[in-house]
Design a binder for this molecule. Structure first.
Ligand code: APR
Length: 311
């Protein structure tokens, strides 16, 4: 059987890390795509990692290109094409620039690999994945946004740092849009099965929730020149791996909803079963009144940005 083909649209900071993780995990052959002005960088990263493969011992062929034809037949596409935030910017400030980029990316992907499982990382996340779906005409199973896995990773890391326990024993998920009003569900977060709300006093837990919500901005401020790229890459690769290996992982993804959680025709972060069918199922549960209120606020933010996404 031929190896799966993984196309990375955008070979910048996140793109490079996506390539490295996907290749090291031997998920398939990797094609790094970027605009003609950045083709050298795409080719350079591919060659550099190809040489690394002999040391790290992974079988994966990496190539760089600025020709969409080289993405033909891709099984998975991960999109990071676009500009990242600078200090003081919100994700929504990227809309006009990144929407133009996404429009051209989506039109081309529709031609060369319409059946790929497409994961969008470009911000503003929920609006960009909406545009991707509208333009490619792809199914809700195959067009998805990476946000919840990253937001949850941030939340889990802060919980494990706070309690001094292994991150392996922290179970949590963050729902909602990929913005400052995302919804960490503290009620369902456990540490080795023990409810976190019984381990961390409410005021301190509220601070951790706040840090999670602003987790992206914290990194933008530290980096100064762009936004996070290690954890975002790992998050999308976890989703790609679940699809390629039919793992049926339960991962919080930005999925197209048709009534789940009372949300219609909108991308929103919810727990999903990810397997060979893509987003195979959304797992729903009854939120508390307080959680419903937070979901409402997050949904209002996503809806506003989507309304401004003129295609
Ligand atoms: N097609 C393909 N690639 C493009 C296009 C395009 N039309 N336009 C720009 N790019 C490329 C850039 O040349 C650059 O190499 O996208 C890449 C983006 O890389 P970085 O600037 O390093 O940004 P990165 O940190 O990877 O973030 C990318 O993901 O998390 C989001 O907010 C972030 O929207 C940003 C995106």
């Amino acid at each position: 059987m031929a190896r799966p083909k993984i196309g990375l649209v955008g070979a910048g900071q996140i793109g490079g890390n996506l390539a490295l993780l996907a290749a090291q995990k031997e998920l398939g052959d990797v094609v790094l795509f970027d605009i003609p002005q950045a083709e050298g960088m795409a080719k350079g990263k591919a060659l550099d990692m190809q040489q690394m493969s002999t040391i790290e011992r992974f079988d994966s062929t990496l190539t760089g290109t600025s020709n969409y034809e080289d993405l033909a037949g891709a099984d998975v596409i991960i999109i990071t094409a676009g500009i990242p935030r600078k200090p003081g910017m919100s994700r929504e400030d990227l809309l006009a620039t990144n929407l133009k980029i996404m429009t051209s990316v989506a039109e081309n992907l529709k031609k060369v690999c319409p059946d790929a499982f497409m994961i969008n990382i470009a911000n503003p996340l929920d609006a960009m994945v909406y545009a991707l779906k509208q333009i490619t005409g792809g199914s809700k199973q195959k067009i998805v946004g990476m946000s919840g896995v990253l937001d949850t990773a941030r939340f889990k890391s802060f919980i494990s740092m706070e309690l001094g326990v292994s991150m392996k024993d922290v179970t949590a998920f963050v729902l909602g849009g990929h913005g400052d009003d995302m919804v960490p569900i503290t009620r369902l977060c456990t540490v080795g099965g023990v409810p976190v709300e019984e381990l961390i006093p409410a005021p301190r837990l509220a601070e951790i929730v706040d840090r999670t919500r602003k987790g992206g901005a914290e990194l933008v401020k530290l980096y100064q020149t762009g936004s996070a790229y290690f954890a975002p890459a790992a998050a999308a690769v976890e989703m790609a791996e679940a699809y390629l290996k039919d793992q049926k992982r339960v991962l919080p993804c930005a999925a197209w909803l048709e009534g789940e959680f009372g949300i219609e025709n909108m991308y929103f972060g919810v727990p999903c079963v990810v397997g060979a069918g893509g987003i195979e199922k959304v797992l729903t549960f009854e939120p508390t009144a307080a959680e419903k209120e937070m979901i409402k606020i997050s949904l209002a933010s996503v809806s506003k940005t989507v309304a401004e996404t003129k295609l």
